[in-house]
Every structure is written in C-alpha cells, then in structure tokens.
Design a protein around this ligand. Structure first.
Ligand code: ARG
Length: 286
C-alpha cells in the first residue's frame, strides 16, 4: 500500500494483487495416519483391493503438517486408533465455530466410533461438545464462511443437521445440495478463500445450489472437473496461502492470478480413500 494514501492497492500501478492477501494464523487439529487403510468402501474412490502405502502416507502427511507450521500455523494432534482407518480425516469428526464444538454422527457405521476420541480430545481441553442428533459429518459438510456457514447435503450430512447447526452456533446456515458421488462432502467441491469469497466446482451441485453460490459469490474462483478430481477443491486457505493438491495445476494458476499463493502438497495416498488436504485438517475456530 502507499502510506497515507486513500488509493486502494489495486489502483496503484505495479501493486501486485497478492499484496492484498493477508494470512491469519490458524489452529489446526490433525491425526497421524499410522493406521490409515482402505478396508471398506463408502465412497467411489475407495477400493479395498488396492493397497495403501502407509509409509508413503506418513511422509505425505508430515509434509502437510510441516507446510502449515512453516507458514506460522499451530498444529495439534489427536492420537490415532488402530481400529479406525479413516480417523486421519480429522475434518469429519466435528465442526468448531466460535469455540462451540458440534460432534459428528457419521452416516457409515464403520466411522461412527471416530466421534468419541475427537469429543474426548475437545473435552480434555475444556470445550463443551454437543453431539449431533442427525447424521452430521463435521467440517466435511459444515463449512464456516465468514458471516454464515455453508452446509452440504445429498450424500452424508442430513438437512436436519443443518438446522441443528444453525440453532447451536447461532450462525445462518445456507444449505447446498451435492449431486456427484465423487464429491460426496461439501469440502471436496468447495473451499473458502476468505470471509468474502470461495472457490468451487459448479457441476458438483444441483442447479438451484449453483444459483445460490453464483448469487453469494459473483467473484468466485471456479474449478474444472480435472481440478476437482485431483482434489483441488479439498484445499485449506489462510487468506493468502492455499494448501492445494499438487495435481490441481490449472487451479493453482487461476488462484495465483487472483493474488493467492498456492502451496502444493501431494496427498495422493489419501486420495485412495477419497480424502485430501482439507479432509485431514480440522480448523479450531475460537
Ligand atoms: N473415507 C472417508 C469417507 O468416505 C474419507 C473422508 C474424506 N473427508 C472429507 N472431509 N471429505 O468418509
């Protein structure tokens, strides 16, 4: 910015759009993939006959944690349990907004027990945890976006849970319906850039939900199917850096044009379970 000037950055010749993208420090909860595996199939990505390389998964996951820490974010860990191969997908176990924790009720019986260790983690740190009464998969489908929460339904989280979330958090909840089984959680089709904007793959939504997104975010960054299939929408943004699937190359270019700084991270082992960067990351919003 020009000191003492009322002229916005964008109007200053030579000022890069990226000067306007200011990161804010975040607190992330993650779970080490020590027991990560694909033992059942609850989304079209999962093939129990295809092996997962746990050592490779551990390396990829550590690179994500390092990328967060290198940019100044706090990373906390919940201990993994051997019987819960999907527990690494921390985003699904709860949604935390304004220090209130809504615990998940998973749709698949295989994942139901994951809610417990996560609720225990929060309780041990002084949080009250309110368990969801309807099927609710945490931040997988409840995506806080500034003044409201965007909430997915269609495959996992029930619309009744959207109402529960609105009542519990006291924040308006905007329901969006997903239609493509490859993008079964809202966080596989959309991520938040900042309080005013999002990035998403329009074809993952019903026509009505697409219209809602276009009204709310006329300036959104949209992604192609190739970007979406590369888990490019399963990203984490701190307002400046976008921790983004390494394979989402076109999207990285579009984000850079808009002044964001893509930080490519390869979580390809986790794609075998239908998860990526955001799935592995629960944001704790105080
Ligand atoms: N195998 C897990 C499931 O199908 C992957 C969860 C991915 N998490 C996410 N936030 N999209 O439930």
């Amino acid at each position: 910015a020009v000191p003492g000037s009322a002229v916005p950055d964008s109007a200053v010749p030579g000022a890069a759009a990226s000067d306007r993208r200011v990161p804010s420090p975040r607190r992330y909860l993650v779970c080490e993939p020590r027991y990560f595996a694909v033992r059942y199939a609850i989304n079209p990505w999962m093939r129990p006959d295809r092996p997962v390389d746990v050592l490779r998964a551990l390396d990829q996951w550590q690179a994500l944690v390092d990328a967060y820490r290198d940019r100044g974010h706090t990373v906390e860990r919940v201990a993994p349990l051997p019987a819960l191969p999907d527990m690494v997908f921390a985003a699904n176990a709860a949604a935390v907004v304004g220090g209130r924790v809504l615990g998940s009720l998973f749709r698949a019986p295989e994942r139901r027990p994951e809610s417990l260790p996560y609720a225990a983690w929060f309780k041990a740190r002084g949080y009250d945890v309110r368990p969801a009464e309807s099927v609710c998969e945490g931040e997988g489908d409840l995506v806080p976006a500034g003044r409201w929460i965007l909430a997915g339904t269609g495959f996992r989280t029930a619309p009744e849970a959207h109402r529960e979330a609105q009542e519990f958090f006291g924040v308006p909840v905007i329901g969006l319906t997903l239609v493509d089984p490859y993008f079964y959680h809202l966080d596989t089709a959309l991520f938040v850039l900042d309080d005013e904007n999002v990035c998403y793959y329009p074809e993952a939504f019903t026509p009505g939900s697409r219209e809602v997104l276009a009204r709310l975010y006329p300036d959104a960054v949209t992604a192609t199917r190739a970007d979406a299939l590369a888990f490019g929408l399963n990203s984490v943004c701190d307002g400046r850096h976008v921790f983004l699937a390494a394979g989402a190359r076109a999207l990285a270019g579009r984000l850079a044009e808009r002044g964001y700084v893509p930080v490519p991270v390869d979580l390809s082992e986790f794609h075998k379970a239908g998860g990526g960067i955001k799935c592995c990351t629960q944001e704790i919003r105080s």
